[in-house]
Design a protein around this ligand. Structure first.
Ligand code: GBH
Length: 508
């Protein structure tokens, strides 16, 4: 008897999460997929669109190939893009609006009707098939004209964004139920201003990056309050922000590594979540203390991390209807051995990351599969911030060319299973978004890293799209509401999902 118990115990421990219960996504759980303007639209200078920081960044670096000039040609392929969404049977499509297409000067003094029309056509086509649009206002592509004025390091960027947001809300609030203000402030700021690997590549380490964070957070809050005050009563939509929440685990349970992981979570997650979801409406205390101390040591008279006024904290606090969570991978933390440039964000944090050799590697160098990290991220947010309403606004996997993508199928199933466990343990998750609908321009990496449920042939005139195995598997999950271990499509031919057979809202 004792031996028998021991066997059961060790099997269930080894197996981690498996038991016999079948976990389902409730009928009102929303499934979607996503893209972003620069990554799919192409037509980079068509119909009066102005230059964005990504156009400039890629065009001025001879080593980078200008894949974004044409990208997936989505600017000319609305019906094909929406057809794919109907095939998948998704509830919503997350895409972004290019600021430069709508307001080429960066300001609302000149509104480009043709730019607006493209998004109206896309939104109308989605609504025709009962697919909800989820619109990101800013996904990394600032007008270069505003960058020339300092971009997000200029405090006036808060007003520039608010004015742009007003134009978008005025035009789309009646049709669009979900808005995301800004995608991944950490990428916008720490990658974009605290280095050279991401547009605009300002290289202002430990200074420009934090200035940007302050203004991006306030720009978000202003746009949220604008919608709340002038659009919400009438249109009843929701407005959130998409934050990069990758999991950080200590490399082992030694105290110094556990502490390093805690520090790293405050620097990479808390910096953006705390101002909105904590009662103080401010950056995390730990980050404020660390950056202030380092700054002093370095001879600065004030902390490199800017502060918020009491009014700004009030503006920030609670300024989101949902926490958009972009989750891809997990890092293992330990105190840094490496010497980072001083000052810099990395020096302030002083944590090094590795990933386990046991985790499957994607095509992107930073991407390994560790599904437990999604579960732990959710529980962490619940504990720290009191069960916020979450939408997974991105999760995905990169492969090479080819329509057979077993590693994406495995990754999708494992992460959705982890999500079901997080939901069972109390996480409030309204929806899940697969990144990405189709292969697209992976920023500086161009079209070499392929994140699509649909493969795109970048050598063909019309950027021909074809479904991968994972597209069929995702479609099946959306229909069945469960994650099956072994189901496979019998052919790669795709038809419109029975959930989206073309009936419009009034018919349903
Ligand atoms: C998301 O974040 C983006 O929102 C989306 O546009 C993108 O396509 C998707 O992820 C997949 O990457 O090579 O070690 O220097 C992307 C954030 C920022 C993650 C740059 C990878 C490069 C790390 N990315 N980062 S490294």
């Amino acid at each position: 008897m004792f031996y028998f118990l021991l066997v059961i115990l060790s099997v269930s421990v080894a197996d981690g999460w498996s038991d016999n219960r079948q976990r389902r996504f409730k009928d009102d759980f929303l499934f979607g997929t996503a893209s972003a303007s620069y990554q799919v639209e192409g037509a980079w200078d068509a119909d009066g669109k102005s230059e964005s920081i990504w156009d400039r960044y890629v065009h001025s670096r001879p080593k980078l190939s200008p894949d974004g000039d044409v990208a997936c040609d989505s600017y000319h392929q609305i019906s094909r893009d929406v057809q794919m969404l109907r095939e998948l049977g998704v509830d919503f499509y997350r895409f972004s609006i290019a600021w430069t297409r709508v307001l080429p000067s960066g300001f609302p003094n000149k509104i480009k009707e043709k730019g607006l029309q493209y998004y109206h056509n896309l939104v109308d086509e989605l609504l025709k098939y009962n697919i909800q649009p989820m619109v990101t206002l800013y996904h990394f592509d600032l007008p270069q004209s505003l960058q020339d004025l300092g971009g997000w390091t200029n405090p006036l960027s808060i007003t520039w964004f608010e004015d742009y947001a007003r134009v978008i809300f005025e035009n789309f609030a009646s049709k669009v139920p979900h808005f995301i203000t800004i995608n991944q402030p950490n990428t916008v700021c720490v990658d974009g201003y605290g280095g050279d690997n991401f547009a605009p590549g300002i290289n202002s380490l430990g200074v420009g990056d934090y200035l940007c964070v302050k203004h991006v957070m306030l720009a978000h809050a202003k746009a949220y309050r604008l919608y709340e005050k002038e659009f919400k009563t009438k249109h009843q939509g929701s407005v959130g922000i998409a934050i990069s929440v990758n999991w950080i685990e200590p490399i082992n349970n030694q105290t110094e590594n556990v502490e390093a992981a805690e520090v790293a979570r405050e620097f990479s997650i808390g910096l953006y979540v705390n101002p909105i979801w904590s009662k103080e409406g401010d950056f995390p205390a730990l980050v404020k203390e660390r950056v202030a101390a380092k700054s002093k040591e370095q001879g600065f008279l004030t902390s490199r991390l800017p502060t918020f006024t009491p009014e700004e904290k009030d503006l920030l606090k609670g300024s989101s209807d949902f926490l958009g969570m972009n989750h891809y991978t997990t890092g293992l933390a330990q105190p840094s051995a490496a010497k980072y440039p001083s000052p810099s964000f990395l020096d302030d944090m002083s944590v090094d990351f590795t990933q386990s050799l046991d985790w499957v590697q994607g095509t992107s160098p930073w991407l390994k599969s560790a599904p437990f990290g999604l579960y732990k991220s959710c529980l962490y947010l619940n504990k720290q911030y009191g069960y916020p309403t979450i939408i997974i606004t991105e999760h995905g996997w990169s492969t090479n060319l080819g329509r057979k993508d077993p590693s994406r199928v495995d990754n999708l199933r494992a992460y959705l299973t982890a999500l079901l466990f997080a939901i069972e343990d109390g996480t409030v998750v309204k929806g899940y978004t697969a990144w990405s609908l189709m292969d697209n321009v992976e920023w500086g990496a161009g079209v070499s890293e392929r994140f699509g449920l649909y493969e795109v042939d970048f050598n063909s005139q019309n950027r021909h799209r074809s479904p991968r195995v994972s597209a069929h598997v995702y479609k099946r999950i959306i229909e069945q509401r469960v994650v099956e271990d072994t189901w496979r499509p019998t052919s790669l031919k795709m038809e419109v999902s029975t959930r989206r057979t073309g009936k419009n809202k009034s018919e349903l």
